[in-house]
Design a protein. Structure first.
Length: 460
């Protein structure tokens, strides 16, 4: 039975962490929204302006694993204070050097280092100190706030750039400082336990491996892939010879159910970022409408997904964990199929498809994360959650990279499945291919769900 005082303190802490998560995470979408202004402001190409988004993705993926791993032997309170401090420092750095694009990129990377601490440690705290339906409820709040942050990023980015100045976006996360006293008071006091040296060599090797993998995913360039494989071999040799490595071969041997669950995550999240990415091209190249219209088309989807995320625990309690995951994948697949079949019908259908798609992801997030974390012992939750976050980011980025290559090559322009106008054929084909991925994810899940059951849970 969990200590009642700790349980009470955690429940008082979680709302503040959710606010911090929204404050930091809305920056991602806000900076996507203002990218054209940044390109104009610094007289750089759209490709160069997107570098900050790529660096942010890499930093978020790497730091999620690092914070998650460190939380297995460093108190989460220390890591949270460090994360908030880094987030605030990045805000000041960016605003002071707002006239230099290189420093803007550095500042966004620093902010993301702090953001990663908040998101990763929220999940670690919920997994470690909450149980059953309460834990699922806070997972649901987390995914609802993710969509809320996406919607807020669109609105805040538009409002600030229209009426004030995009540079003020950099100062928004500075508000996180006011939450330090709450974090100090309510974060559980953990024993240091077995003192371990931070495995800097292992973390550097692992980080380099992930950076190269992310760069390959972003550009599909072979040298990055070769470099990644080389670093992977070095990393595997290192952890096989070092019993104090932050992750050891034993972790892989003892947690086979965890990695089976992780394969499930990768198969589902391969399509996560692709819908909004492809939709921008459907609107601009297919419908010949301004880019700004994409935000309004997807905004209802973000709002609907946030609402569903907020009641996700109730859906899971009603249907059961595995049935809820199946429902989520089915909604995602349906959204992709409808977008493909009715692509010629215009913006409203695309918006409806987006609602199904994003609602699907928010429906399955909580029970899927509960399934993943339920396969691990408490003392390995941190690195498990970190690897889960990394898998989501990398697989989602890979999906976008593949879609980008298909769009750029125009190879699918010749495919005409439903007598579709040529300017929409590629996008229709991509939506169909993504829906096939969704169908395969359903099949994979159905064949593996009995192997993912957790002893202490009641599974559907």
């Amino acid at each position: 039975m969990l200590n009642e005082q700790i349980h009470s303190n955690v429940k008082k802490l979680m709302p503040s962490l959710l606010i911090l998560f929204v404050l930091s995470n809305l920056m991602v979408q806000a900076f996507v929204t203002v990218s054209p202004l940044i390109a104009t402001n610094f007289n750089i190409s759209a490709s160069t302006a997107s570098i900050q988004a790529t660096i942010t993705t890499i930093t978020l993926g790497v730091c999620s694993v690092i914070y998650g791993t460190l939380s297995d032997y460093i108190p989460v309170k220390k890591l949270l204070i460090f994360g908030i401090s880094v987030l605030s420092f990045g805000s000041i750095l960016g605003f002071v050097f707002q006239g230099n694009y290189g420093m803007i990129v550095v500042a966004r990377a620093v902010q993301t280092m702090g953001q990663a601490a908040i998101s990763s440690l929220y999940l670690v705290i919920a997994s470690r100190y909450l149980e059953g339906s309460t834990k699922i409820k806070y997972f649901a709040y987390f995914t609802a706030c993710f969509q809320l942050a996406q919607a807020a990023g669109v609105l805040v980015g538009g409002i600030i750039t229209t009426y004030i100045s995009w540079q003020l976006l950099l100062l928004i996360p500075l508000c996180s400082i006011v939450f330090i006293p709450i974090v100090m008071r309510y974060t559980p006091v953990e024993e240091q336990g077995e003192r371990k040296k931070v495995d800097f060599i292992g973390l550097v090797l692992f980080s380099g491996m992930i950076v190269l993998l992310t760069l390959f995913v972003d550009g599909l360039r072979v040298p990055y892939l070769i470099g990644m494989f080389a670093l992977t071999l070095i990393f595997l040799f290192y952890i096989s010879r070092n019993q104090q490595a932050f992750i050891t071969p034993q972790f892989f041997k003892e947690n086979k159910r965890y990695f089976r669950a992780l394969y499930m995550v990768i198969s589902i999240y391969l399509v996560q970022f692709a819908f909004s990415f492809v939709s921008t091209f459907v609107v601009t190249d297919g419908y010949q409408e301004p880019l700004s219209l994409v935000s309004y088309i997807l905004l209802p989807a973000y709002i609907a997904a946030a609402i569903i995320g907020g009641i996700g625990d109730k859906i899971t309690n009603k249907l059961g964990r595995f049935n809820t995951i199946l429902l989520g994948i089915s909604l995602i697949t349906a959204g992709l199929l409808i977008a493909g079949v009715f692509i010629t019908q215009g913006k409203i259908i695309l918006s409806i498809s987006g609602i199904l798609f994003f609602v699907g992801f928010n429906t399955l997030y909580s029970p899927l994360l509960d399934t993943v974390t339920g396969t691990l012992p408490s003392n390995e939750l941190g690195r498990g959650i970190g690897l889960n976050d990394l898998s989501i980011n990398i697989s989602g980025s890979l999906g976008v990279a593949i879609c980008g290559k298909l769009i750029a090559s125009k190879a699918a322009d010749k495919i005409n499945l439903l007598s579709t106008p040529q300017n929409l054929r590629t996008f229709q084909t991509i939506f169909f291919l993504l829906s096939i991925v969704g169908i395969l994810a359903i099949v994979f899940f159905q064949f593996n769900k009995n192997k993912l059951k957790v002893v202490q849970k009641k599974d559907a």
